[in-house]
Every structure is written in C-alpha cells, then in structure tokens.
Design a protein around this ligand. Structure first.
Ligand code: SF4
Length: 172
C-alpha cells in the first residue's frame, strides 16, 4: 500500500513537471488526465528498466544508442501532432484537441526501420560557405544552433543534449 502511494506520488509529480514544461514550450498534454498518467507511469517504468524514458507505446531494444529516437519526447512527436493532432501514444496533443475541435484517433507509426535510423544525418559543408561553427539540430523539435557543441538542453522543447545531431559541419 505504501509502495502504491509512493508510485502514485511519483506519477503525480512527473505529470506536473511534464505539464508545465509542455505548456511553457507551446505543447499540450492529453487532457484525459487518467490516460495521461498511465502513459507517464509507463515512462517511469521504462526509465527504471532501461535507464532512459523510452516511449511507453513502443518496444525498446534496451540499447540507448538505438532507442535515442524514441526517448520521450520522441523525434516523431512534432510531426505527428501537426499531422494527426497527437503523438503516437497520445501523450501530447494539438491545441485543436485541447479546445475540443478535434479528437485523437489512431496514429500510424512514423518510426523508420532500424537501418534507416542508424545512418548519419550529417550534411557536408559547401565549399563556398565555410562555417566558423558547426550547426546542431534538435532531433525532437528541429531547433538549430551554431556553436562548438550542442546545448545541455534544447531551449524550445527541453530535449537533452544527446538528442542533438550535427546538421552541418563547420570549416576544418
Ligand atoms: S512523445 Fe513520442 S515517446 Fe513520448 S509518449 Fe508520445 S509517441 Fe511516445
């Protein structure tokens, strides 16, 4: 009983954290709080199991380098919210859903097969435009920044440093 209460407290705290981060970043959690908390429980379970909060609706490999794209918020969230008004799990929804103008329905899987995911996305620099710094891209929201290394946290969607990829190399 005490363990259940402790787990519920963790879920509630995580819910509050995710909700305030989402609203601050222009995102919205699903207004069905019970459903949303079930997903958050799944995220917490995965964090304990794998050491990272992989998507509660997808099967993780257990290898963080392979699962990076499905650590919540996953690389596919924004595209799915734009196209289908919700992420694959339904944890994040569009403003239209919040305002009751649209309903969440089944979202098709956007995640590509593993081979397509492991190929590097680095673009080669152009000879005519050498850059003083590399360009880093947040794989979650697409935020771009020019600096020697990616920020500790994406200022837009709060994804961690590891979710950035080098988008354009700088001059050698
Ligand atoms: S944002 Fe992505 S990882 Fe997070 S719950 Fe939604 S589909 Fe799963």
């Amino acid at each position: 009983m005490a363990n259940e209460r402790k787990q519920q407290k963790r879920i509630d705290v995580e819910y509050e954290r995710l909700d305030s981060e989402a609203e601050a970043g222009g995102y919205h959690l699903n207004p069905d709080i019970e459903f949303t908390k079930e997903l958050i429980e799944g995220l917490l379970v995965n964090e304990e199991r794998y050491g990272y909060s992989s998507c509660p609706c997808r099967l993780a490999s257990g290898d963080k380098t392979i699962d990076l794209d499905i650590i919540c918020p996953c690389d596919y969230r924004d595209a799915d919210v734009v196209e289908y008004d919700a992420c694959y799990c339904g944890l994040y929804v569009s403003r239209s859903v919040i305002e009751g103008r649209k309903k969440v329905s089944k979202i098709p899987e956007r995640r590509p097969p593993v081979q397509a995911r492991v190929e590097p996305a680095v673009t080669t620099k152009t000879k005519s435009q050498p850059l003083p710094y590399p360009i880093w891209r947040c794989r979650v929201c697409g935020y771009l920044c020019a600096r020697n290394s990616p920020p500790e946290e994406c200022p837009v969607c709060r994804a961690r440093k590891e979710r950035f990829e080098m988008f354009i190399r700088n001059a050698p």
